[in-house]
Design a binder for this molecule. Structure first.
Ligand code: ASP
Length: 584
């Protein structure tokens, strides 16, 4: 037996028992007559004491131990005179009788401490060492808890976890596929799933009316901070349901996770149309921890001689409540903020509603105080408030104001990571125009059902067609999305046509699904939650990487195993692949 207890387990009630512990040397302190060692494992830290007088041999050994050596000790649990309230085992220590070195360790390239001195790249290269650190250990524990809690909930709701293949053919989710050449089928390729979408729909046709899977998905996209080429989804599908049934089931899952994992009662899941989300918050994932809705001012602000507003499609602003005291400098900072190239506004107009009741704006030249008073009413502003106004093309200015709203939310302390405000955004458009290819794309994916009442618009005004599609947003983060699916061959065929597929192309790529629809496909729909995302949200971080054991870096590389990497000529030959000179 290598251990009787873990390093996080022993308490005052264990005093005088003889125990065996194994673990890593976190740190040691040599005080001459005594050497103290903090022994660490996944469960915690236990203090070991080596007494030079009674156990000179072991004491000598202990002095020579380096950081991260793996050792095993036998000893007696004793009460500590110097208790450490910060750790669970802080009341006790082990008086060591026997020490065995199980393995030596090189000096780690960074310190294995909560606040390490290692840079990100170094920590990624030695991820197994980084994973020894507390913050990551806690992240892995949280991830495990999220997964097991999800499984428990869905199991209780009658869902089956069913695996779907990874070697498939293209499933369009709007990204590029990762491709795997087939050795046995010359010049043919598998694609890795961007999601199990078509398979879960086929499971509905097969009659497994509640399916889920915690599953890897692969998307070959240019990476952003919160994206990974392979990531995990809680992927679900249900048959004989309407949108409302799905929203209720997954609100249930989300509430259950909050309760079980964080001890929080979160049961309010308001719903908002996509159109309203864009109109009032300029985003399809508004952060609802605070309101600060957009207020439109065209009728009040135009045709008064201020050309910038007169020429704008939309004049629109927010009320930063209680911020009228903002100084010139702070207002200049905000103006610089909205003028940043990533945001791209031409300027910022402000109206201060002073506490003495007077109004002061950056456009006093053009507007009387009576006129500004009307603006204030529209904003429901009170003395002490600050109104911030942008103008421009509708879509653009809404996006810009969204950034400003979030910035004000930050400055005003309204975005506490420990407050959670969920929101379902519903009625997404079915299609979105893609400038580059000059055609419509499915906003969600091509299997999403249009709203019945909008089907007619498909041939006259496709951009106006709404879908039975929904996203769950929490604190401005898109946690997941889904839709009610098309389950009728003709409608699916029509959809592909609108997406620019010829009949032959649609048949070649998705014939298997459309064929299945002819064998009794039930009405169905589903949803997928980004598992890495929701876990990091629960962990209070916006970096999903911290919640993935072995993530890739920003260039899609695993720098620990050094992948992607070249392969041997024999492998290339077997796969009949020719290397081309890489473009720079
Ligand atoms: N397959 C979709 C996705 O990965 C989710 C869904 O529609 O269920 O985003």
């Amino acid at each position: 037996m290598l251990r009787t207890h873990t390093c996080g387990e022993l308490r005052i009630s264990d005093i005088n028992s003889t125990v065996k512990l194994s673990g890593w040397v976190q740190r040691s302190r040599d005080l001459g007559g005594m050497t103290f060692i903090d022994l660490r494992d996944r469960y915690g830290i236990t203090q070991l004491v080596f007494n030079m007088e009674t156990h000179p041999k072991q004491g000598e050994q202990a002095r020579k131990l380096g950081r991260e050596y793996v050792i095993q000790i036998t000893g007696k649990v004793a009460e500590r005179s110097n208790k450490n309230a910060k750790i669970a085992t802080g009341d006790i220590e082990i008086i060591v009788d026997d020490l065995t070195i199980l393995n030596k360790a090189k000096l780690p390239p960074f310190t294995i401490e909560d606040d390490t001195d290692g840079g990100e790249e170094l920590r990624m290269k030695y991820r197994y060492l980084d994973l020894r650190r507390n913050p990551l250990r806690k992240a892995m524990e949280l991830r495990h808890k999220m997964a097991i809690t999800t499984r428990n909930y869905l199991d209780k709701q009658g869902f089956f976890e069913i695996e779907t293949p990874y070697l498939i053919k293209s499933t369009p989710e709007g990204a590029r596929d990762f491709i795997v050449p087939s050795r046995m089928n010359a010049n043919q390729f598998y694609a890795l799933p961007q999601s199990p979408q078509t398979f879960k729909q086929l499971l509905m046709v097969a009659g497994y009316d509640r399916y889920y899977q915690i599953v890897k998905c692969f998307r070959d996209e240019d990476l952003r901070a919160d994206r990974q080429p392979e990531f995990t989804q809680i992927d679900c599908e249900m048959a004989f349901v309407e949108q409302e049934d799905i929203l209720n089931t997954f609100e249930g899952l989300t509430s259950y996770l909050f309760k079980e994992v964080k001890g929080l009662d979160i049961s309010n899941f308001p719903r908002m149309d996509y159109a309203d989300a864009m109109k009032f918050y300029g985003s399809d994932k508004p952060d609802m921890r605070f309101d600060m809705r957009f207020v439109e001012l065209n009728d009040l602000a135009q045709n008064k001689g201020f050309v910038v507003f007169d020429q704008a499609e939309l004049v629109i602003g927010i009320n930063a409540s209680g911020m009228a005291e903002y100084t010139r400098k702070q207002l200049d900072q905000l103006t610089d903020f909205v003028k940043k190239p990533q945001i791209g506004a031409a300027g910022l107009v402000y109206v201060k509603y002073n506490t003495d009741g007077t109004l002061k704006s950056s456009v006093d030249k053009f507007y009387s105080s009576e006129e500004l008073q009307k603006w204030a009413e529209r904003f429901a502003a009170k003395p002490g408030d600050l109104m911030l106004i942008l103008s421009g093309g509708t879509d653009k200015v809404r996006k810009q104001l969204n950034e400003l709203r979030l910035e004000m939310g930050n400055r005003m302390g309204l975005r506490n990571p420990n407050t959670f405000a969920p929101l379902w955004v519903v009625d997404f458009p079915l299609l979105e125009w893609d400038e580059e290819s000059g055609r419509y794309h499915a906003m969600h994916h091509p299997f999403t059902s249009p709203k019945k009442e909008d089907i007619e618009l498909l041939s006259t005004d496709p951009g106006k067609v709404r879908a039975n599609a929904y996203d769950l947003v929490i604190n401005g983060v898109e946690i997941g999305g889904g839709s009610i699916r098309i389950h009728d061959r003709d409608l699916q065929k029509l959809m592909f046509k609108h997406l620019g597929f010829t009949d032959e192309e649609a048949q070649a790529q998705f014939g298997f699904l459309m064929d299945a629809f002819e064998f009794g496909a039930p009405p169905h729909g589903g949803v997928a939650f980004g598992f890495d995302r929701i876990t990091s949200l629960f962990g209070g971080s916006d970096s999903i990487r911290d919640y993935i054991a072995f993530p890739k870096n920003n260039s899609g590389r695993d720098i620990m195993i050094d992948s992607p990497s070249p392969i041997a000529q024999e492998q290339l030959d077997e796969l009949r692949l020719n290397l081309v000179k890489a473009k720079k």
